[in-house]
Design a protein around this ligand. Structure first.
Ligand SMILES: Cc1cc2nc3c(=O)[nH]c(=O)nc-3n(C[C@H](O)[C@H](O)[C@H](O)COP(=O)(O)OP(=O)(O)OC[C@H]3O[C@@H](n4cnc5c(N)ncnc54)[C@H](O)[C@@H]3O)c2cc1C
Length: 388
């Protein structure tokens, strides 16, 4: 039982069931075809309440804790990283609304997000601005009752399927205002691959992994956003509104990394028992045995960091440091572990025949998104050395 209450064990069991039945049988073929997650799967996730998991019941959420979010995410990502990552978008938009939205905005958007009627995506990164958020250039200029968006965003994952994009844009023309000049907008759009050019253009970015969702370059050229869609109703708060969201997103990303690594460990264990070399299963060669043992130990360390960060958050405490530890460690762990799993498969690991290559390609992104490892360690160092 340990740290888990009955409802944690129950939700983990039910997600595992869903993943075994609905995700694992299709993930490998769809990834090989570079196909997106089928919409009926996303609908089932919505029906199971995954998108509203942590939001209060008054906004049609399930009112569960961050530890439940970590467990659900881990299990979904064990099936297919892309599936565990659909949830991330709703967590980002939903926590922004929950913590920084006006009551009117919460009532308007949050129940529909919880129920999966509104799918969302996050458009923060720009072609020239990734880690250095304060340097963002995309502009939102007030004209009457609207803001007019002009500028470019990139890597907006799931943008095609989203009904709402959370867009961080510069409302203060003075670039020296840096973070203080940024505001967050809830940008409504029609779902679909066509977008709304020339006001909103979108083109998919080819990637080496993470293929169940497409990431898009977006161009805004005169796209109108009603002023009531400015998050919290106040300009200049966008970057600061992201702080609680970063904690949830980093815990959730650590859980995604644990899930993918766990899948690769299970695959490696099975293969090591099945594959015979030098007259015995490779699982009986000590080097392979120890590889498996190291992988499992590495995964467990990341899992515990993730759960510890989630529990700190659930106690209502600041958890940015713990979420940073978990995200940074789990990202590197997933790269190590999935690479070792591939190694256990030898040449077969490098073919498209087995899913182990997908785990490795997918795992490579963890050190890049949701704050690169370098930025993550910088944030951790600031807390420890400068008490910020
Ligand atoms: C598959 C995928 C999906 C993504 N999905 C989304 C999404 O949905 N929405 C979204 O907004 N973004 C998304 N991103 C973008 C992602 O968040 C950025 O790629 C990330 O923040 C890094 O920004 P960058 O790529 O511009 O790299 P840069 O910031 O240019 O960094 C380049 C390198 O320099 C290092 N570096 C930068 N600054 C420092 C410093 N001060 N000290 C030390 N090293 C430094 C970085 O760590 C990195 O190694 C996604 C990215 C990928 C690959």
């Amino acid at each position: 039982m340990g740290i888990f209450a009955d409802h944690h064990l129950e939700i983990r069991r039910s997600v595992r069931d869903f993943v075994e039945r609905e995700i694992i049988p299709i993930a490998h073929d769809l990834d090989n075809q570079e196909a997106e997650i089928p919409m009926p799967i996303i609908q089932k996730m919505a029906d199971l309440g995954y998108f509203g998991l942590i939001f209060p019941e008054e906004y049609d959420g399930m009112g569960l804790d961050s530890l439940s979010m970590a467990l659900v995410t881990e299990e979904l990502s064990r099936g297919w990283l892309s599936v565990g990552s659909v949830m991330t978008r709703m967590i980002i938009t939903g926590t922004l609304l929950w913590h920084a939205g006006t009551e009117e905005q919460k009532k308007r958007f949050l129940p529909k997000i919880s129920r999966g009627e509104l799918l969302t995506a996050a458009a923060f990164t720009e072609p020239d601005v990734g880690s250095d958020t304060g340097g963002m250039k995309c502009r939102a200029i007030r004209e009457g009752d609207n803001y007019i968006l002009r500028g470019e965003k990139t890597w907006c994952t799931f943008a095609n399927r989203a009904h709402v994009l959370t867009v961080l844009a510069r409302t203060d023309a003075d670039p020296s205002k840096r973070h203080k000049g940024l505001s967050m907008f809830l940008v409504e759009k029609e779902p679909g691959d066509d977008f709304d050019p020339p006001k909103l253009a979108g083109s998919p970015i080819p990637t080496i992994g993470y293929k169940g969702m497409k990431s898009y370059s977006l161009g805004f050229d005169g796209y109108e956003v009603p002023s009531e869609n400015l998050l919290g109703g106040e300009e200049g708060k966008g970057f600061y509104q992201l702080m609680p969201t970063y904690e949830y997103a980093r815990i959730q990303t650590a859980a995604r990394a644990v899930g993918v690594a766990q899948a690769s460990l299970e695959a490696a264990i099975q293969y090591a028992k099945d594959r015979t070399q030098f007259g015995k299963p490779i699982a009986e060669h000590q080097v392979i045995r120890h590889k498996i043992a190291h992988m499992a130990t590495d995964i467990e360390a990341a899992r515990q960091l993730c759960y510890a960060a989630a529990m700190k958050k659930d106690q209502g405490e600041r958890a940015d440091l713990e979420a940073g530890y978990a995200k940074a460690f789990a990202a590197e762990m997933a790269e190590r572990v999935t690479s070792e799993a591939l190694q256990v498969f030898g040449g077969y690991g490098y073919s498209r025949e087995y899913p182990v290559q997908r785990y490795w390609r997918d795992a490579r992104v963890f050190r890049i998104f949701e704050g690169t490892s370098e930025i993550q360690y910088e944030v951790i160092a600031k807390r420890l050395l400068d008490n910020r």
